[in-house]
Design a protein around this ligand. Structure first.
Ligand code: ATP
Length: 238
């Protein structure tokens, strides 16, 4: 069930020296959606996620519901309900899967904890059977799931994912898609940067496309697939 705009981004601009990595980007994510953010290499996708989550200095407006996030440091944005994962996953290799997930619990302090958030989160990601294994023993697909579990144990309103399918084979990618649907159905809205077009087209309700830092298209998977400007951007002829 898709609701009103939950995350609203207006005029987002990030400059690195002479490079404008993100240029005047407007996008919104509605409550209950899974939204994709795609584009060729170097298009500015990670920079946009960094700017929304407060890790990159940006101009423009970022709102979560009625809350202005743009003025807040990253940890304050987390406290307001904005969770994220990183492209380079960092786990405590010697700690168990369960302990790695518990690390994310500090973000939950503001919420009244229901039953058992740890076991609930492990189950949502399908990690129950490996919960006692050291994180260092996991496959890449499982590591992604642990990093996502850590990001959602604080029950964010919006979860930002940076290439969750990176390094996954097609079976793991399908499994990941199912877990992301489960996360959305549990009440967490998702904005994901992803290169795996099969996953993006099958999973996302809407897709935003960046090219050279600018938003060139927004629409349903069907609309994006049919968009000439988007295929040209991917062919490098734009
Ligand atoms: P990819 O799909 O390859 O991960 P991307 O779409 O996520 O790419 P970004 O990593 O956001 O793209 O990069 C956008 C532009 O900003 C690129 O030109 C990149 O070189 C530049 N850039 C990114 N981070 C920095 C930084 N910390 N300092 C300087 N330039 C940067």
């Amino acid at each position: 069930e898709v609701g009103p705009d939950l995350l609203t981004v207006r005029g987002l601009t990030v400059r690195y020296g002479g490079v404008t990595a993100v240029s005047g980007v407007d996008l919104e994510v509605r409550e209950g959606e899974i939204v994709g953010l795609i584009g060729p290499n170097g298009a500015g996708k990670t920079t946009a996620i960094d700017a929304i989550s407060g890790f990159a200095t940006a101009e423009g407006a970022v709102r979560l519901g009625d809350t202005d996030l743009a003025v807040l440091k990253p940890h304050r944005r987390v406290a307001q309900g904005l969770g994220r994962t990183f492209q380079a996953i960092e786990l405590y290799e010697d700690l168990s899967v369960r302990e790695n997930v518990i690390v994310g619990l500090t973000a939950r302090a503001a919420h009244e904890a229901d039953q058992d958030p740890v076991e609930e989160t492990l189950a949502l990601l399908g990690l129950g059977s490996v919960a006692d294994r050291p994180a260092g023993s996991l496959s890449q697909g499982q590591r992604q799931l642990v990093s996502i579990a850590r990001a959602i144990i604080g029950r964010p309103k919006v979860l930002l994912l940076d290439e969750p399918a990176a390094g996954l084979d097609s079976t793991e990618s399908l499994w990941l898609g199912e877990r992301l649907r489960g996360i959305r159905d549990s009440g967490i809205t998702i904005l994901m940067v992803e290169h795996d077009m099969g996953l993006v087209l099958s999973l996302c309700d809407r897709i935003h496309v960046l090219n050279f830092g600018e938003l060139i298209a927004s629409g349903s998977p069907r609309e994006i697939r049919a968009n000439q400007q988007v295929s040209q951007a991917y062919l490098g002829t734009s």
